[in-house]
Ligand binder design. Structure first.
Ligand SMILES: CCOC(=O)Nc1nc2cc3nc(NC)[nH]c3cc2c(=O)[nH]1
Length: 375
């Protein structure tokens, strides 16, 4: 049976553990390492699909939990699936809903069967299980689905993390069993194990023995210091199959994207660029810029003189500051366009640096300009 999602290795960087690849999916190819803009409720907030294509977003992420709660996966199915519903014909990855339940819902009860929780919208009592998460993602018709997992809190007791990862493995097995359309949808498993090397190894061994088309690293970017996240990556990515995509969940600051790519990660997602854009914080090549700052009131230059995005080509800091202060939606659109373009452009430059075996040099240059040289 042809797998819906396959990984093509193009080259590895001679200077680091980074690699260039292509992820082939039913809705197109993704050049990796790649950043995935997050479209939680079937939209990357304030962006049209055409604008996302203009900045060459290759794949977007949407949330199973949110679409299950509203409008309901049956409606999306009746619309012809998520691609049709949101008019996006490139790849879509949907998460399993696990993380949202743990991070959004206040009341929840975890059992072997699944998770009972209250809707964060109206308090309705709801239930998610591996089988339910697969039913929803099948209805959405995403190209890459995530196995239903538990992301342990940080910090968490060793014994809790061990029991949790073993249940995540049993849940992954149940996802495989209930996968209705493996020929149309790739199912990625999620490696857990907290900040413990032996538990990460245990989780990786259990999951890679089940031969999923791709693997994610979960349980990170949950409040741990960045050096700890990099340490976990140092000993976890080598445990992952080299011929399958490696996806690091919830990671998206510029420095973490570069450090993750250096450690062999292929795919990233994060709400950061779109979330901080909504309060007027912009990523620029010389660090973060908070546009509300009074000093930009008469600054008629672009957000970033080195940026070629629609926002930097046509509008000034003064104008964008005015719109954000006036709570004008167009202001949020302009900062969102810029932040997404910034990260997508960064990944293009990372791929170029890998091609030329100079990713560590690129990191040093980028960090010096971005103000992250902490060595
Ligand atoms: C995106 C796929 O998500 C899942 O299905 N489970 C899952 N999601 C996570 C999302 C995360 N976001 C962050 N930081 C912002 N850390 C995350 C961890 C997980 C996870 O372990 N498991």
């Amino acid at each position: 049976m042809t797998a819906a999602v396959t990984y093509e290795s193009i080259k590895t960087c001679k200077q680091s553990g980074a690699r260039l690849g292509r992820v082939h999916t039913p809705h197109g190819v993704i050049e990796t390492p790649a950043f995935m803009p997050v479209g939680t409720q079937a939209t990357v907030k304030t962006m049209s699909p055409e604008e996302l294509k203009t900045m060459d977003a290759q794949i977007i992420l949407s949330n199973t939990y949110h679409l299950f709660i509203r409008p309901g996966h049956e409606i999306v199915k009746d619309a012809g699936g998520l691609h049709k519903f949101m008019n996006w014909d490139r790849p879509i990855l949907t998460d399993s809903g696990g993380f949202q339940v743990f991070s959004l819902s206040n009341m929840r009860k975890i059992t072997e069967e699944g998770v009972t929780f209250k809707s964060h919208l109206n308090g309705d009592k709801l239930f998610l299980s591996p089988e339910k998460a697969m039913e929803i993602q099948n209805a959405l018709g995403s190209d890459i689905m995530m196995a239903f997992d538990e992301c342990p809190p940080f910090p968490a007791e060793y014994e809790y993390v061990k029991k949790s990862l073993e249940r995540t493995t049993r849940w992954a097995e149940r996802c495989l069993q209930s996968h209705a359309r493996p020929q149309d949808q790739g199912l990625f498993a999620i490696i857990q194990g907290g900040m413990h090397e032996d538990l990460r190894k245990l989780s990786a061994e259990q999951l890679t023995s089940m031969d999923f088309p791709g693997y994610a690293i979960g349980g990170l970017s949950v409040g741990e210091p960045k050096h700890l996240m990099y340490e976990v990556l140092d000993y976890t990515t080598p445990l992952m199959p080299a011929n399958k995509p490696r996806y690091l969940m919830g990671v998206g600051s510029p420095d973490a994207l570069i450090e993750g790519a250096i450690r062999g990660i292929d795919m990233f997602d994060c709400v950061l660029p779109t979330r901080i854009a909504r309060n007027g914080t912009c990523m620029t090549s010389s660090g973060r810029l908070v546009i509300r700052n009074a000093k930009y009131a008469t600054d008629f230059g672009p957000l970033d003189a080195k940026c070629s995005c629609y926002t930097c080509t046509n509008y000034s800091r003064a104008y964008i500051r005015h719109l954000i202060k006036a709570d004008e939606t167009f202001g949020i659109r302009l900062t969102t366009i810029h932040n997404l373009h910034f990260l997508l452009q960064l990944m293009r430059e990372v791929r170029e640096a890998i091609k030329e075996d100079r990713l560590l040099d690129f990191r040093d240059t980028f960090f010096a300009a971005y103000g992250l040289n902490d060595n």
